[in-house]
Design a protein around this ligand. Structure first.
Ligand code: DGJ
Length: 726
């Protein structure tokens, strides 16, 4: 049992293989965060180890009978209203107007396995031995409020899953203004904060900055985790590199408004908070009701950012992604979007599929434009019936032609949206998110359906289910192309309007659960104008995600590198597109476009019929190669060897069983030519590895210490090397 309880000192030591997360009840009542880091056997007495509080002069020694003040103590679940003036995890208003809460320890339970979260995505176990869970109950005596803090320690992963649920045991109604999922501390501030930022077509670029006294806050208010920010933080020592040094990671399993903060106080103690963004959040909790906050996954590693990412990759690939495709190889696909945009018909799609099939592609995906009268993005979202002008034999006719060729057929959908110019909107104008009397701002000419409404959710489930039952569809690209404005629902009472952002997420998760469990054989790929909602919450429903609308191979180096801080390669959709690239107009070699796309779930997004003979042969070779390495990319351990953010090159390594894949790319040539040396990692030093293309044999020891040299003579030149242990 990796969760140890010292009943005399009331201290809990939550252990994973290499880490300990320690909390304890001071004076039997006040739950403190005592330690998180490398595994320790025992913590001892809280009183002996916690310095008595400075600062009591100004804020009061509000912990009874002690010289302590919440002003200075690391409260494990801080509330508003005490002498703790840092940002609280919990803030609620009670009937009568008081907004003060004071939690005290009321009991705990330790059990094998992990409980499922109600209607929220979360990591899971398949057998009890895979994890142990500690649940600590805290109570506010005055109001009857009860809060349960849950901690799961995974046996095989150095990760701790935390979540919080609150139960209103009092007689009155409570208005929750803030309920964060995790508070932790660093006891010195010599750390740097790393997060992922970006915009449409440039998602998840790595940012690294020193902590300051004061607050660094990363958030989203878009009702989507968004292109611009990611629900992820890392805190690392200034000297931490990819392979060495301390790093703490926090990843929120949620896809809506979030906040992640590092608040450094005058004692140089850093409070790290993460959870649903209190901005734009409010929740009325009736007597007897419960509220469940989403899960945060904490990691600690002394092996640098690579160590942290490795933990997330494995955990998310095996204990967050679900369904048939979690482990199963994913098909190589062709998507017609950048080949045709809206301008296609059955014949042109069949022609693309024929050529694709001859090259080894396994899945033909029909993107946007197949329904209603959708010749542009101005209409038809919501009218999910095939456009007979383009598809005279309907979806079924087209899908049959594709499957008769021996390929799978996949389809694009954007079920959360409605166009103003659509039958659905003409019938149900109140089904979209809006505020009466205000203009309905459109984004990409569309409005967002109100997923806080059960009738709207039911409509989406029915519409999508009808489509998926109407034809042999084995793949869905679930898109979502705008953020929400004028947040208001025609159905919610005035006092619950501010619940809409979270209710939207709950509605969406419910819809996704119903659809994905009704169609277990369908492979779902998430998408949000590219990687706009590519977060851990979505991975629970979609084992892969379209990483970015930017398909330029060089731009993808940055986005895929940043995405890999948390997300496994198995989850990143990556396609080869035409040149000049449609987003940035850059021309890169076909070989490089292929090599960079092979770092994820591989596909093409161009008119294959327009390839010349040489290109056709290259593509054939790429597909053959990808099929040979795909298990390694999907299930292997991934290591970032060179960062495009730090230099002019990128290199990634994947290791699975006896196979090693190395992808290298030069961003820009160096004026003086020159060489880059890439040292491989995590090989068997005593083994030999054979380059399957050249036949050259290397010692593991050589590859890890001398490394492989690549020239930097040409812009955008790349190599994909496959080594096999002999
Ligand atoms: C945005 C997606 O990211 C694209 O790949 C494509 O599917 C378009 N939407 C279609 O409208």
């Amino acid at each position: 049992m990796p969760i140890k309880y010292d009943s005399k000192e009331m201290v809990f030591n939550i252990q994973t293989k290499n880490t300990s997360y320690v909390i304890g009840a001071l004076n039997g009542k006040y739950l403190l965060h005592l330690y998180y880091g490398k595994i320790i056997n025992a913590y001892g007495r809280i009183d002996d180890n916690m310095p008595t509080g400075e600062g009591c002069v100004w804020s009061g020694a509000d912990i009874d009978g002690f010289n302590y003040s919440t002003n200075t103590l690391p409260m494990e679940y801080p509330t508003y209203g005490s002498a703790d003036y840092r940002t609280p995890a919990f803030h609620a208003e009670y009937e009568g107007g008081s907004a003060v809460t004071r939690f005290e320890y009321a009991g705990h339970e330790i059990f094998s396995g992990k409980r499922k979260l109600d209607n929220l995505p979360a990591t899971y176990t398949e057998a009890d031995g895979e994890a142990d869970t500690l649940e600590i109950t805290l109570c506010d005596k005055l109001t009857g409020l009860e809060i349960v803090l849950s901690y799961t320690a995974f046996t095989e992963h150095d990760a701790i899953a935390k979540n919080v649920r609150v139960k209103n045991n009092g007689r009155g109604r409570i208005n929750i203004r803030s309920i964060l999922s995790s508070t932790t501390y660093l006891f010195d501030k010599r750390f740097e904060l790393v997060h992922l930022t970006g915009a449409w077509a440039s998602e998840r670029h790595i940012q690294r900055m020193p902590l300051i006294n004061g607050m660094i806050s990363v958030d989203s208010k878009r009702v989507s985790s968004s292109h611009n920010s990611s629900p992820f933080l890392a805190l690392a020592r200034p000297e931490t590199t990819e392979t060495q040094g301390e790093v703490y990671g926090l990843s929120l399993v949620y896809s809506g408004n979030f906040i992640a903060q590092a608040e450094t106080d005058y004692q140089d103690i850093v409070r790290i908070n993460m959870g649903i963004n209190p901005f734009g959040f409010n929740w009325l909790l009736e007597s007897g009701e419960e509220f469940q906050a989403p899960e945060v996954i904490l990691t600690y590693s002394q092996n640098g950012f690579g160590g942290m990412s490795g933990i997330y990759h494995k955990l998310y690939r095996t204990c967050l992604c679900r369904g048939k495709y979690r482990d199963k190889e994913r098909p190589v696909l062709i998507n017609n979007w950048e080949a045709t945009y809206y301008n296609f018909n059955e014949e042109s799609i069949v022609n693309i599929a024929k050529k694709a099939k001859s090259l080894g592609v396994e899945l033909m995906v029909l993107d946007d434009g197949w329904f209603g009268r959708r010749d542009s993005d101005t209409c038809s979202l919501g009218d999910w019936t095939a456009d007979k002008r383009k598809l005279p034999n309907g979806l079924e006719g087209l899908a049959k032609k594709i499957t008769d060729m021996g390929m799978k057929f996949g389809l694009w959908l954007e079920p959360e949206m409605v166009s103003e110019d659509s039958e659905l909107y003409r019938k149900h104008a109140d089904w979209c998110i809006h505020i009466n009397g205000r203009p309905r701002t459109t984004g990409r000419n569309q409005l967002v359906l109100d997923l806080s409404r059960q009738d709207v959710c039911d409509y989406i489930v029915e519409a999508v289910s009808n489509i998926l039952s109407s034809a042999p569809i084995s793949y869905v690209k679930w898109d979502m192309n705008r953020n929400i404005t004028e947040i208001g629902s025609a159905k919610l009472p005035a006092e619950r309007q501010q619940e809409l952002p979270h209710r939207y997420m709950l509605g969406l998760y419910n819809v996704l659960e119903r659809i994905t469990s009704a169609f277990p054989d369908v492979l779902f790929e998430g998408c949000s104008g590219g990687g706009g909602r590519f977060d851990a919450g979505m991975l629970y429903y979609f084992p892969q995600y379209w990483t970015s609308d930017n398909t330029d191979a060089i731009e993808r180096l940055y986005t895929q590198h940043g995405t890999s801080m948390v997300m496994p390669a198995s989850s990143m959709g990556a396609h080869v597109s035409a040149v000049p690239n449609h987003q940035v107009h850059r021309t890169t070699p076909l070989e490089t476009r292929g090599n960079i796309a092979m770092a994820g779930q591989f596909g093409y997004e161009l008119d294959l019929a327009a390839l010349n003979d040489e290109e056709t042969e290259t593509v054939k070779g790429q597909i053959k190669k990808y099929k040979y390495i795909r298990e390694t990319v999907h299930r292997g351990d991934m290591y970032r060897l060179k960062s495009p953010f730090e230099g002019n090159t990128a290199a990634w390594e994947y290791v699975y069983k006896e196979q090693v894949v190395l992808i290298y790319c030069t961003v820009q040539a160096s004026l003086l030519g020159g060489l880059t040396c890439v040292k491989l990692v995590q090989l068997d030093e005593t083994a030999q590895y054979r380059d399957i293309e050249t036949g050259k044999v290397y010692d593991g020891n050589y590859l890890m210490n001398v490394g492989l040299y690549f020239s930097r003579n040409k812009d955008y030149e790349s190599k994909l090397i496959v080594l096999e242990r002999s």
